[in-house]
Design a protein around this ligand. Sequence first.
Ligand code: RIB
Length: 299
Amino acid sequence: MGKILVIGSLNMDMVIKVSNTPKPGETVMGKSIQYIPGGKGANQAYAAAKLGGDVAMIGAVGKDDHGDLLVNNLLDVGVDTCGIKKADMNTGLAVIYVNKAGENCIVVLAGANDTVNKAQIDELHSYIEDSEWIILQMEIPKKTVEYVIKKAASLNKKIILNPAPAPENFPDELFGMLEIITPNETELEKLTKMHVNSMDEITLAAKELNKKGVSQVIVTCGKNGALLFNSKGKFQYSAPKVTAVDTTAAGDTFTAALAVALSENKTMREAIRFANKAASISVTRSGAQSSIPSKEEVN
Ligand code: RIB
């Protein structure tokens, strides 16, 4: 099995359940509050390990209780956390509203995540060398993400970019260094500046990213499953029908599950099916890491 390295964010999620998310100027009453381990990077590392992968993570937390809790949660599922440094800043925090339809809106305060820099990546160069798959998102500084992509590509590593939150401008030269990109519809729209209001429009936008050089463009489409666009054309994969209570970390679970299946030499079709199932289970439960299923559950 190929090793998976996740380089990215760790956040403590402050999750507030509401009936409806507030509009600008509106005050609404919350129903409950919970603190749950999250952060796109940590969610992906946690999910990849829980789903059977051989996983290490590079990132940063603060010297505080939240930081300890986040690292311990990753250790519990067997993630190698030696690459997570302790910075003189608060651990990242995400404020998440979840409405009665299970939809969320999220505000992230990066905190220690902002300290993940080139020097840390260079110090941990051997982690990149030893891995087959490198997973990245966009909650650490963009220049660090770009640096990792160039470094990993020069070492012929397979790079998966989950472009969340979607960057304003992403250098065109980097697309050709990505094996896989996994945007949701909103992120695809922002990355391509194209409309994505129908499957035909999503296909055209995915084709655009493939033309820019990404080998496998996989768009996660919520309850409609996933769309793959590669040199052979377009393929659609439906997701199991479930009742969603909280969609937080569904995309993270999808990206991680995909990487695990591919690291086990599964075909792309098998990997997307596995990822669709894992993400579908995650939306039936509350929270980020608290919602992520094990490999046994998915199988
Ligand atoms: O993708 C979900 C994650 O986004 C949450 O866990 C939150 O921390 C934000 O990073």
